[in-house]
Design a protein around this ligand. Sequence first.
Ligand SMILES: [Zn+2]
Length: 439
Amino acid sequence: MGAVTDWSQAQESRKHGHRGMAHSEKAGYWGKALGDLRAVSHHSWMAARHMAVYGTTSRQLGAISVAERAWACKNPEAKMYGRPLTIEDHQSSPILADPYHLLDLSLVSDGGIAFILTTADRAKDCPNAPVYVLGQGFGEVSADLWWEKKNFTHMAVPRARDQAFGQAALTLKDVDCCQFYDCFTAEVLFQLEDYGFCKKGEGGPFVESGAMGPGGSIRLTPAAASCPAITSATSPAWRNRSGNCARRKRGERQIKDCNVVLTTGHGGELVSPGMCSIHTSTLLGRQQVSESNFIVSNEPWQKPLPNIDKDNEEFYEGLKKHKFLVWRCKTCGASYWPKAYCINHENEPFAANMEWAESSGRGKIFAFNRHHMAFHPGFKDEIPYVYALIELDEGPLVSSTLVGSKLPKDVYDVGQKVEVVYEDHPAEGFTLPRFRIVD
Ligand SMILES: [Zn+2]
């Protein structure tokens, strides 16, 4: 296990008079000769940058340590159980690499963990209630290279988040508990912002309000993961605790009716020349992927608005009611989308012969592509996305993006059966139709 190896080697390094992870430095690494300590050097740049841009303070970062320790003190298995922490403790702890105090850093811990991953059908026969993997996403920031100077106040969250939530057909409001990767305090703050618990730049006041501690408005890292609390951020142990959380085995820390847990991971180099960091989102839940046919999005709409006019306003009204309307010929029943005269009865007066009718919302992929370039900035975080022509069972072709698939994207193919998923944007007052693969 990586954690054991790290810990053991760290002890070996210590014998030679080094502190930290001197053993893991790569030969030829740029900063070594200049005093670069790798993780702590690079992550503290990120914290310093967030402070410079948004006015975040050391006390606000310390609020994250205090909240996580408060959770640890509710967990008898936690390394720091019984050792409560105050903001004054944080502020008076030694500064290791400004702005980071000792109590902004994670602990090095060793341990072992095993997961059993099986099919949902097999899991039904197991003695313990299973926890389902609802969605898994992966993001990296190599699209924004380090010399573009964009990567210093966020993590590679957007694509990982959208993949995981899209697969699970869930939104942030469905999440009962989060286990964020917490190597350093600021990385927790970045994720709070990047996932949308608060706006970018507002993470400091948000954590200072006590939002992430016991009794706070969100259930964050109640397993008391790594920041001066229990274990190494690189250990998979926090993910196991997420499973326990969803399984409702957490004693005093148990969140009532915990059904969905978001866990995250991070790796790679944050700001090394030419390197990039990665981020993973995993959604675990007590129920399998929801079969509901709609998604509610409260994200601000930053893409072109739909063109709603007098010819299609009834169609958009139908979408809001989760109905996919098509034009139907009263004479022969042929269906059309968008508005069209019936090819069999084109001499009939349109208004008298054609009517809106509800379609099944089901069909097959007629043709599809993957867009790898964002032709509008609003789509930057979604590329590559699959844009498809769907042949509805009633006949007409409709175009839309494919989301929320339960299958890997490589299985998209012409002829695959799909169904409509209604994406509600209540704040904007419209609903858009997407499609997902059905078995
Ligand atoms: Zn007709």
